[in-house]
Design a protein around this ligand. Sequence first.
Ligand SMILES: Cc1cc2nc3c(=O)[nH]c(=O)nc-3n(C[C@H](O)[C@H](O)[C@H](O)COP(=O)(O)O)c2cc1C
Length: 210
Amino acid sequence: MSKFLENQNWRYATKKFDSSKKVTAADLDFLKEAVRLSASSYGLQLYKVIVIESDEIKAKLLSAAFGQTQITDASHLFIFAAQTNVGATEVQSYIKNISETRGIPAEALNGFSDLMNGAIKGMSDEAQTVWTAKQTYLALGNLLNAAAELNIDTTPMEGFNAAQFNEILGLDKLNLNATVIAPVGYRHTEDDTQHYTKVRKSHEDLFITI
Ligand SMILES: Cc1cc2nc3c(=O)[nH]c(=O)nc-3n(C[C@H](O)[C@H](O)[C@H](O)COP(=O)(O)O)c2cc1C
């Protein structure tokens, strides 16, 4: 079996982490790089990722995550937060990045810039919120896969109160909205979930080949 599929079978949404085990700085860099390299719509990366290692802050977030103890027991907590103030400034800064990274004059990118600005302007606030949130889930997927490659455990989590997270972490002031989170660390030997057989739809049920 390929290593990738082996990893997919190895990983599971961890319910109980071993709080004595910490992810090393080198492994954390690998995970962050995997998140950084994630694909995003147009390449705009309209989100920030907050990495919490402070036990004090994790404890503050526990009740806002309905007491799910992965928050406090995991080594680190990744919080994906979509930008709420998307507009011409974000497009401009991305165009500057492309121009500098690839050595292309910014004017040569005017068409691309107009395309992005037009698409963003054409969205309602609600559509924009959904669109930016979607991008964070791609980054979340990369985090889960990269972590599994290093035998690091994760739990993708939507079970938290975003408004409370935003307030506790001051995300509102940064025009950010927490969309999805992932504690990262090492499974506890007492977490029975690790022994459960994976439940997935069959190929026949999942795929439609036309
Ligand atoms: C978007 C999303 C949100 C989830 N939220 C939670 C959560 O709040 N708490 C939790 O324990 N598991 C959560 N899960 C884990 C799922 O229940 C789990 O991924 C699913 O049952 C498949 O099992 P597996 O990941 O162990 O293979 C979430 C998963 C996803 C993808």
